[in-house]
Design a protein around this ligand. Structure first.
Ligand code: GLN
Length: 217
C-alpha cells in the first residue's frame, strides 16, 4: 500500500451563497476545505462544492471573476463536483425556465426547473429515501428545501438518488449522480447529518486514488 494519502482538497465556490456551512461540513469529514474565488484556486483542488444561493447571481459572478472557463475545463476533465440547490442549477446542462442570458457550468445531463415547488411551498422539509453508495449510511435523509429546483428530466446516464416522498410533488427527482458529479435540490449543510457530504468526499477520495494509480507520483 502507498503511504497514507493526504487529505483531499475540496473547494467551495465562494462568489455567493451559503459557503461557511459547507466548509465546516467538509472539514468535519477530514477534507482540507478552502474557498474558491480566483481562477488559480481552481487548479489547487481535488473537488468542488457549489453551494445554494441564487443561480442567476452566481452565474454572473462566475463569469465576472473569470471562473467559468477554468471550472468548465476541470468538470470536463472529470473533477468531482457536488452542487446543492443553486449549485444543482449551475451543474445542469439545461434549465427549463432560465433567466434570459443565464448560463450554467453544465456537466450533468439534466433539465432543472428553478423554484419548481411554487410560491406556497417555497420552503419545506421532508424525510427522503436516499440511494446511499455505502451501506453504513442507511436510512432516510431529512431534506430541507429552500426555493428549490427539481430535476425535470434526466438523461440515461444519470443515476437518481432521491425523489420527493409525498405531497403534490411526490416522485419528483431531487438528487442525482452522473460519474463524479452529484447534485441535490435540498441543503444537507443546514443540519448535523453529514452523510450527503460524506458521499461526496468519498467520490473525491476515490477519484484521486484512481488518478494516482494512473500517474504515480
Ligand atoms: N431559487 C434559487 C435559484 O434559482 C435557488 C435557491 C437556493 O439555492 N436555496 O438559484
Amino acid at each position: 500500500m502507498a503511504a497514507a494519502s493526504p487529505r483531499p482538497r475540496i473547494g467551495v465556490l465562494a462568489v455567493q451563497g451559503d459557503v461557511r456551512e459547507h466548509l465546516a461540513a467538509l472539514t468535519e469529514l477530514g477534507a482540507e476545505a478552502s474557498t474558491v474565488r480566483r481562477p488559480a484556486e481552481v487548479d489547487a483542488i481535488d473537488g468542488l462544492v457549489i453551494p445554494g444561493g441564487e443561480s442567476t447571481v452566481m452565474d454572473k459572478l462566475v463569469r465576472a471573476f473569470e471562473l467559468q472557463a477554468p471550472l468548465r475545463a476541470r468538470i470536463a476533465a472529470g473533477m468531482p463536483v457536488y452542487g446543492s440547490c443553486a449549485g444543482m442549477i449551475m451543474l445542469a446542462d439545461r434549465i427549463a425556465d432560465a433567466r434570459p442570458d443565464q448560463q450554467t457550468l453544465g456537466g450533468l445531463d439534466i433539465t432543472v426547473r428553478r423554484n419548481a415547488f411554487g410560491r406556497q411551498v417555497d420552503s419545506f422539509e421532508q424525510d427522503l429515501d436516499f440511494a446511499w453508495s455505502d451501506p453504513s449510511r442507511a436510512g432516510t435523509v431529512h431534506a430541507v428545501f429552500i426555493r428549490a429546483p427539481w430535476v425535470e428530466e434526466a438523461g440515461n446516464g444519470v443515476e437518481v438518488l432521491a425523489r420527493v416522498s409525498g405531497g403534490p410533488a411526490a416522485g419528483r427527482i431531487v438528487a442525482v449522480r452522473q460519474g463524479n458529479l452529484m447534485a441535490t435540490s435540498f441543503h444537507p449543510e443546514v443540519g448535523a447529518d453529514r452523510r450527503v457530504h460524506a458521499e461526496f468526499v468519498e467520490i473525491v477520495r476515490s477519484h484521486r486514488q484512481q488518478r494516482n494509480v494512473r500517474e504515480p507520483a
